[in-house]
Each structure stands twice: as C-alpha cells, then as structure tokens.
Design a protein around this ligand. Structure first.
Ligand code: ZN
Length: 249
C-alpha cells in the first residue's frame, strides 16, 4: 500500500483542479451511522413506520411530527459529532488551495465544521429551513431546540409548516447545483471518491463526469463501486489513507 500512498500524494500535489466527492463512509468515522449501508438507519423501521415513508413529502405534510420525532435521533443532534481525520485533511487541502470543490451526499454539516468553505451538499442540509408557505428562512440553531423539546416548528409569520432544506425521497435534487457539479467534475484533473459506493442516483453519477473529462480517479471505499475499473488507485481503508495524508501533507 505504501507505494500507492506515495502515488496518491504525488497526484494531489501535482493536481491543478482537484474535486472531491464524499459519502456516508466519511461520517461513520465520526460515529454517525450510515444511512444506506449494511446496517443502515434507512433499513430500520421507526415506531413501526419505514424511514423512506417518514422522509417522503406527502407524509411530511400530513404527519410532520413523525419526521421531527425521528429526526431528534438522526438530524438534530449534530453537536455530538466531531470531524474525523478525513474531514480535517480535506479542510487542510482547501486551505492549501489544493482542493477546488467538495461535493457531499452527507447532511451532517461536518465538512463545514472542519473548515471547508466550498462544500456543495447534493442532498441538501439542515443548516437552513424554510417555511413551506411564505418561504421564510430559519437556521438549525433556531429550530433544533424546538424539535428537541418535542414540538413541530411552524412559521411565526404565516403559521406554515417549516421544513429543513434536506432533499426528501420524493423531491428532486437542486438542478442548478447538479449542473455546476457535472461541470466541476468534468473540468477536474483529479477526483477523489471517498466513502461512497456511488449507488444513489443522480448524485452518484457526478464522479462519472470526471471519467468523461479524463480526470485521474482515486477511490477510497470499503465496498466496490461502479467506477473501480476506471480508477488509477483504489483503497479500502479511509482511516488509514487519511492518517497517512495527515502526516505527509
Ligand atoms: Zn411562513
């Protein structure tokens, strides 16, 4: 592995336009449970309801207390978690201007907490919430205490239901963000895919654009991905790779 790690360092150092894509594997190192993995949160019913249902827009409109109840355990407890070695190294790489853009499937705000500025959250984020009627914006800090106190948040102005800016199952991803993503990945000369099995569409097709753009692709994931055969390097152990990078870079 040592030789491959040296090669990775040299790819990062010589890159002019590196883009990174991260998934749940990056956050499990911080103790956050994987959403869709083998022991995924998604597969466990919550009070007899399946999570896909709880996270669908029609259910949210009719029974918002279901989502907000579930979310006390899975969304409104982010203060408990600290950035992992992967988050820290990615923040360092951006600071050194070696990382152009960071796209993530995660909704835990840990990349931002680690210090990354150019974070693009393709599945949205709970940092902001919107009133579904008048579009008034609220922050995580405003909403979180209400939710943890067992209340469903409603708008102060119009009484509308407030929804976090997380992409629910029946919702489309932000098209503008996706187009920007395709362009960023296509222009990249180096792409790191970290802790994602690239199974959830359409976000998972973003790194595919890198392949068409001719980038060197490096994958670090403990499961196979559909880009493995196009990768110049493939590692299994995120923690080991990033502990090495933290020492060397
Ligand atoms: Zn409102």
């Amino acid at each position: 592995m040592e030789k491959d790690l040296e090669k990775l360092v040299s790819l990062i150092r010589s890159s002019k336009n590196m883009t990174v894509f991260t998934g749940a594997g990056v956050s499990t190192l911080s103790g956050i449970r994987d959403f869709r993995g083998i022991n995924g949160v998604y597969k466990e019913p919550w009070h007899g309801r399946n999570v896909e249902d709880i996270l669908s827009l029609p259910t949210f409109r009719n029974e918002p207390e279901l989502f907000y109840g579930w979310a006390t355990e899975f969304v409104y407890c982010l203060e408990r978690y600290e950035p992992s070695v992967v988050h820290r190294v990615l923040a360092k790489l951006e600071e050194k201007q070696l990382l152009k853009a960071l796209y993530t499937q995660n909704i835990d705000l840990l990349h931002t907490k680690a210090g990354n500025k150019k974070v693009y959250e393709v599945h949205g984020s709970p940092a902001f919430h919107h009133c579904m009627k008048c579009k008034m914006v609220c922050t995580y800090a405003e909403i979180s205490p209400m939710v943890l106190g067992g209340k469903v948040p409603y708008c102060d102005h119009c009484g509308g239901l407030i929804k976090p800016d997380i992409v629910f199952y029946s919702e489309n991803l932000d098209e503008k963000l996706l187009n920007q993503g395709f362009s960023d990945f296509e222009k990249s000369d180096l792409v790191l895919v970290l802790g994602s099995s690239l199974t959830v569409q359409p976000a998972a097709s973003l790194p595919m654009a890198a392949k068409y753009g001719g980038a060197d692709i490096v994958i670090v994931n403990n499961q196979p991905t559909n880009l493995d055969s196009s990768a110049v390097l493939k590692f299994d152990d995120l923690k080991a790779v990033f502990e090495y990078l933290e020492k060397v870079l």
